[in-house]
Each structure stands twice: as structure tokens, then as C-alpha cells.
Design a protein around this ligand. Structure first.
Ligand code: MN
Length: 323
């Protein structure tokens, strides 16, 4: 996925001054990735830019791609972050400058660590299933790891979550006592939870983490707030559990992490710490410097970076300070 957001959304604020744990209802905005794919972007939000180190959340589909090209995200670079690809339906082909060629499939987690630099493409394969539905997330790498070596990993053995009326998988870290083989570079968690009609479940979570629940299907009562598809309920820190209820059934992504205290500059597909650093990444991509080697199959298209904004990019904290 690729980021170039110029229109941050409005948000609804709830229970900020009551002393109760926070519940902020955020609504994803629609963003076009090239011509073919429209996504709902929930992070970064105008107010809540990150949940732990989770700094980007795109939801695409469900979309009938039987007669169309499907996903066409041509080769593009990343720095300073990890991409986490999670498919709910369909299949995507991932290729990168390490030589990785992977099929991204439902139930399997793909984690690409950009570190100092990587290039990848995400394309629907010619034999794609008719429905495409998925989530793409980015994780900000901390100072100690952000210039490290690039890496691509597939986790096919994610542990199941099993509760009365709900089931799912733990993608990253630990949720409700179930631990994934995939771990963050800062303390982090994520779980995909499918709720039956009439479900009422409570997940145990780490009170040191801030959490959020994104709805990918159906309608879900998250703690005290009714939440619909493409909404993200931000839950703040200090919770030991998260209650999910659904009358008609639904599917959510629970995200959490230790608040990420480094201020970052996020622009296009780069994550850095200053305007000058991001401008240098852009320049290196333009010149196809060694930081950004070509993907494994040549001849495919490449995404060019947009011009740098005329106003300097400022490092930003994880959330906007409200008046
Ligand atoms: Mn990407």
C-alpha cells in the first residue's frame, strides 16, 4: 500500500473529561490507490495517528475482482516501517527487492520489514479468486531498528482464538493469553476476531497498551459504543479487557501496543524523523540508489514519488493534543 493523504477527516470525541477510559470513535476516509483500488484508511487519523506502533491501517473490499484487474500496486519503496498484510478473502502476490515472491492468503500473516529500505509490489495474480478483501497495516520501527536490514516473513502457524460465540487468530503479540509467533519491535498486539450473531465476548488485554478495535464486517458494540464497518474505536490505555458484542455478527481487528513516544515524519511510503531525511529517501528512490534495489521480476511498473510538499514536514507525536 501507499500513502499520500492530504485530507484528514473529522472525528467524533467521546468521554474525554469524565475520568472513564477513553472511547473515541474514528471513521475511516476513502482513498484511491491508483485507478483500480479504493480503500478505507483508518490510520493515521487526524487526532489519533498511532495505536502503539501501528501507524497505518487500510481496509479494502470486499470487492468483486472477477472481471477487473484487482490490486495493482506497482513497485514502490518503504523505509523505517514494517508492512503487515492480512487478507480476509482472495489472494495477492507480493514481490520485493530481497527476491521474495509470496502469495498472501487468508489466515497467513505476511510481515515485511523495510528497515533502511526495501521495494515491493502487490498485485492480484492472474488466477485470482473472485473476491478481494483485506487489511494492510504499517508498524513504525523504533530508533534502534529503523535503519536495520530489510526482511520478509510469512507466518502460517498463527494460533487460534476460541471463545463462546467468537473465533479468530492472534496475528502479533499476545491477546487473551494466546501468543503469536510474530512479535513487534516494540510491545504490540493484533487479533482478528469473528463474532457470531448474538456474540458477547470479553478479551483480556495488557493495561499498559493503548488499544483500538476496527470493524471490517458487520456491526459491533465495542465496550459502550456502537461501531460499524470502517470505523475504529480508540480505547486508550489502562484497560484489562475489551468487551465485544454483536447482534447480527461481525468481524473486527483488535490492535494494541505500548504508546510509541518517538515523533515521526510519515510521507508517501517513507517513515523518518525529519523533513530532510524523508526528502533524502525520495531522492534516493528517484535515483534508484542502492538503498532501493529493483524487485525480483523486472519489466513491471514502478510508482514514482510525488513532489515534496512546499511546506516543511514536521515530526508529529502519536496523537494530536486536543484543546
Ligand atoms: Mn507498500
Amino acid at each position: 500500500m501507499s500513502d499520500l493523504d492530504t485530507r484528514p477527516p473529522e472525528l467524533a470525541l467521546r468521554s474525554l473529561d469524565t475520568g472513564a477510559p477513553e472511547e473515541l470513535l474514528l471513521t475511516a476516509r476513502r482513498v484511491y490507490l491508483g485507478k483500480a483500488t479504493e480503500v478505507a484508511r483508518a490510520l493515521p487519523d487526524r487526532s489519533i495517528r498511532m495505536i502503539g506502533a501501528w501507524c497505518f491501517l487500510d481496509h479494502y473490499g470486499p470487492e468483486d475482482v472477477a472481471d477487473g484487474p484487482g490490486m495493482r500496486v506497482w513497485a514502490h519503496p518503504h523505509t523505517g516501517l514494517q508492512t503487515v498484510s492480512w487478507l480476509l478473502a482472495g489472494e495477492i502476490e507480493h514481490r520485493d527487492s530481497l527476491g521474495s515472491q509470496a502469495r498472501v492468503r487468508p489466515g497467513e500473516l505476511n510481515v515485511m520489514t523495510a528497515g533502511r529500505g526495501i521495494v515491493h509490489s502487490e498485485l492480484s495474480p492472474p488466477d485470482k479468486p473472485p473476491v478481494m478483501h483485506g487489511l494492510q497495516l504499517w508498524v513504525a520501527l523504533p530508533e534502534a531498528d529503523r535503519d536495520g536490514p530489510p526482511r520478509f516473513e510469512t507466518f502460517t502457524d498463527l494460533p487460534p482464538l476460541s471463545l463462546p460465540g467468537a473465533r479468530g487468530q492472534v496475528l502479533v503479540g499476545a491477546v487473551d493469553g494466546v501468543t503469536s509467533p510474530a512479535q513487534g519491535r516494540t510491545p504490540l498486539c493484533a487479533a482478528d476476531v469473528v463474532l457470531d450473531a448474538g456474540a458477547d465476548v470479553t478479551l483480556r488485554v495488557d493495561p499498559d497498551f493503548e488499544h483500538g478495535v476496527f470493524v471490517a464486517e458487520g456491526a459491533v458494540q465495542v465496550e459502550g459504543t456502537a461501531t460499524a464497518v470502517d470505523q475504529l474505536l480508540y480505547l486508550g490505555t489502562g484497560r484489562r479487557q475489551v468487551r465485544l458484542r454483536s447482534a447480527g455478527g461481525g468481524r473486527v481487528l483488535l490492535l494494541g501496543g505500548q504508546p510509541f513516544e518517538e515523533e515521526v515524519v510519515m510521507w508517501w511510503n517513507f517513515l523518518g524523523r525529519s523533513h530532510a531525511e524523508v526528502a533524502a529517501y525520495r531522492e534516493a528512490w528517484e535515483r534508484r540508489e542502492d538503498r532501493f534495489p529493483p524487485v525480483v521480476e523486472r519489466g513491471e511498473r514502478v510508482m514514482e514519488a510525488p513532489p515534496m510538499p512546499t511546506v516543511p514536514l514536521k515530526p508529529r507525536p502519536r496523537r494530536r493534543v486536543l484543546p
